[in-house]
Design a protein around this ligand. Structure first.
Ligand code: SF4
Ligand code: MG
Length: 340
């Protein structure tokens, strides 16, 4: 698909008493229109910092230290979201870009009927009048598979899965080009997870929405994502089609993540392939940031940072990987995910 977002060398740092925390430190990534792009990685790898920055939702002491995020709207010229004024970016955010923060299903107002909350969201973020907004509610509920009588209910009368679908319907209401969902299934029971997964899949399949799905849970990526980008220590270390990344992960860190997926009926294993602790964004390791934990570490890994480059392997869309193990098999340039 055509690009919706092009992220180039994005850096998001935090000022802390202990020094500069380089939470996102040079990310290159393309998000294509109509896809579900999964962003995977352990907590602390920079996933949430990255995705909030894409929508210019970074809050102090965080700041954008560099890079660009080119957004291609359905109509009109591409814009660099990092260069817009706050009021300009707010316009784009409500019209084109929706954010479902972690735990967002708890963000519904407990003393307001669902219908009124829809009207609030729509009128606040568009020039649609309240009467028209109210008329939109039944079809919005239907789009996420909810019964029409939900409109007259209060949040406490809804199950967790229903609340999550209401939240998703609110982003549909604004006809967003892009929905960013941060850990949408985390801390939900298995049944509700299923509902959320089906709802997000229908946003892509029925409405052609683009979804950035942020989760540490590789099993959710396996079910939902079209492509998966793996983050480690503030950088993307691998991007690949979902089938390929599970069948044949390239980066040693990705291999460890996939090895740690709980098997059906088995014990949940904790990154079985990966020993050691996640590094600190105050002081990333030199060279390859994964080298202190990598079972394949070589001399070069301690000194040189491996660039994120596509593999030559006969695939139409080759995996893109940042690892010295593949230096001989990589081509510079030519990838959608890395242009210099
Ligand atoms: Fe391991 Fe070296 Fe590859 Fe880093 S570059 S993942 S240390 S082999
Ligand atoms: Mg997070």
């Amino acid at each position: 698909g055509e690009p919706l977002l092009e992220v180039r060398d994005l850096r998001v740092y935090y000022r802390t008493v202990a020094g500069l925390s380089k939470a996102v430190d040079g990310v290159d990534l393309e998000v294509r229109r109509g896809e579900i792009l999964g962003i995977a990685g352990e907590s602390g790898s920079g996933k949430s910092t990255l995705t909030t920055a894409l929508l210019r939702l970074t809050k102090p002491p965080g700041f954008i230290a560099g890079g660009s995020v080119i957004f291609h709207p359905r109509e009109g010229a591409p814009v660099d979201l990092m260069k817009l004024s706050d009021s300009q970016v707010r316009e784009y955010r409500w019209r084109n870009l929706s954010y479902l923060p972690q735990g967002s299903m708890n963000s519904l107002n407990p003393v307001m009927k669902i219908e009124d909350q829809f009207v609030d969201v729509i009128t606040q973020h568009s020039d649609i009048p309240a009467r028209k907004a109210r008329e939109m509610v039944p079809s919005l509920l239907e789009q996420v598979g909810l019964d029409l009588h939900v409109a007259r209910m209060y949040p406490h009368e809804l199950s967790g899965g229903m609340k999550q679908r209401v939240i998703i319907a609110m982003s549909v209401a604004l006809n967003s080009d892009l929905v960013v969902a941060d850990e949408p299934t985390t801390a939900l029971d298995v049944h509700i997870q299923r509902v959320v997964i089906q709802t997000l899949a229908s946003l892509r399949d029925e409405f052609g929405m683009t979804v950035i799905l942020v989760t540490h849970d590789m099993a959710v990526h396996a079910e939902l994502a079209d492509r998966v980008a793996v983050m480690y220590a503030g950088k993307i270390v691998e991007v690949s089609d979902v089938h390929q990344i599970f069948k044949d992960p390239k980066h040693p860190y990705t291999q460890g993540l996939i090895a740690s997926i709980p098997k059906i009926g088995g014990e949940r294993r904790r990154l079985s392939g990966i020993g050691g602790n996640a590094p600190s964004p105050l002081n990333w390791p030199p060279g390859c940031r994964f080298h202190p934990r990598c079972p394949y570490v070589m001399d070069a890994c301690r000194q040189q940072e491996p660039p994120l480059l596509p593999l030559v392997n006969g695939h139409q869309r080759p995996p893109v990987v940042a690892c010295h193990l593949y230096t001989q098999q990589q081509v510079s340039g030519g990838s959608d995910d890395r242009r210099s």
